[in-house]
Unconditional design. Structure first.
Length: 357
């Protein structure tokens, strides 16, 4: 029996772009484009006729934009929506990320044009991610306030351990976090919940297209109310702060304890790499590292989370119930690298008990 194809609805106000994305997706024998739409109204009409497994969404459209269209769709249907953006200006990218607040599961760069040397590889990655996102379970948005709902079938479990029963957490000097698919939502929740003026430096690697790095930083700062900095080589970590790498750079800690950016070769085709960050933290801080591995596909950082634990540090993996994709944290758990398996809410409560020397 033939395997059922993944059905996709393509929404974009440009007919050229709709045809371009349709051609790319249809080139894969496991995908079928079941409809296209150029506006919110057309998208809602198409959804009445077909029940796609995933919707690709442009953020700029006449009438209701992709933000409002995403919200309108999720009030009626439980369908994963992927924002597809061809813009790289920080303000434009930040606006695209706002769609995550109302229920989009992720943001992907539009594949390069057919004449580009990167076309085949970017199309391959695009198809791979659409397939993955088609498997995500989402919930409808019933509330008038989008932030009162969760996108995926996640549950926020109260922190189960009383503060008095927690191990003594003094001595930690740095927090390193790795995330991939679903990471922006988890990071938003965790960073928002951090105490003001949290004293320890936090270094974050989020798998994201290089062109989205600056805009992602802008969005994360706006939504969390915390100062988020795009890292610069040589920045002193002594005063704390939250840092993300610029596009297409590894983020790490140098021998002098300062931020080190690197153009070393990608690891598992990834730059920045969570593994790179975690290893550098171990070399400099040893058992004074708190490593956190959040939702994401693949295994980046899983082995290195285990190394943090073996070095005497503290390790946390996000639980399956709250992960958009449980690949990275699940692999770390399988390897025995996770001392704690927590939801984002539990991670917040745990971090609040950290005491810097």
């Amino acid at each position: 029996m033939d395997r059922r194809k993944i059905s996709v609805l393509v929404v974009d106000d440009s007919r050229v772009i709709r045809n371009f994305l349709t051609g790319i997706l249809s080139s894969d024998e496991e995908i079928q484009v079941v409809g296209t739409a150029g506006s919110c109204d057309e998208a809602l009409e198409s959804l009445k006729r077909c029940k796609p497994d995933v919707v690709t969404m442009d953020i700029h459209m006449p009438g209701l934009d992709g933000f409002e269209t995403t919200r309108s769709i999720l009030k009626l249907y439980s369908i994963p929506i992927v924002i597809v953006s061809g813009f790289y200006q920080p303000s434009e990218v930040a606006m695209a990320f706002k769609a995550l607040e109302v229920g989009a599961v992720t943001i992907l760069p539009r594949p390069s044009g057919i004449g580009s040397p990167d076309h085949q590889e970017s199309a391959r990655k695009f198809i791979k991610n659409i397939k993955l996102m088609s498997e995500i379970r989402v919930v409808r948005r019933f509330s008038h306030d989008p932030v009162d709902n969760v996108t995926v079938s996640r549950t926020s479990v109260p922190f189960q351990a009383a503060a008095s029963s927690l191990p003594q957490l003094s001595g930690i000097q740095i927090v390193v976090i790795g995330a991939s698919a679903g990471g922006p939502q988890a990071l938003q929740e965790i960073i928002t919940g951090l105490p003001v003026n949290f004293p320890l430096p936090i270094l974050i690697v989020q798998h994201i297209d290089a062109g989205f790095a600056a805009g992602f930083t802008v969005w994360l700062q706006e939504i969390t109310g915390k100062k988020i900095t795009l890292a610069k080589d040589g920045t002193d970590l002594a005063k704390g702060g939250i840092f993300l790498p610029p596009g297409d750079h590894h983020l790490g800690v140098g021998p002098d304890g300062k931020i080190s950016l690197s153009k070393d070769p990608p690891e598992r085709n990834l730059r920045p790499s969570v593994s790179f960050l975690f290893r550098s933290a171990i070399r400099v801080f040893g058992n004074r590292v708190l490593g956190i591995l959040l939702t994401g596909m693949g295994s980046d950082g899983a082995k290195e989370l285990t190394l943090i634990r073996e070095a005497g540090g503290i390790t946390i993996a996000q639980d399956m119930a709250t992960s958009l994709v449980h690949g990275m944290p699940g692999e770390a758990i399988r390897m025995g690298g996770a001392m704690h398996i927590f939801s984002p809410n539990q991670i917040i409560q745990f971090i609040k008990n950290l005491k810097a020397d």
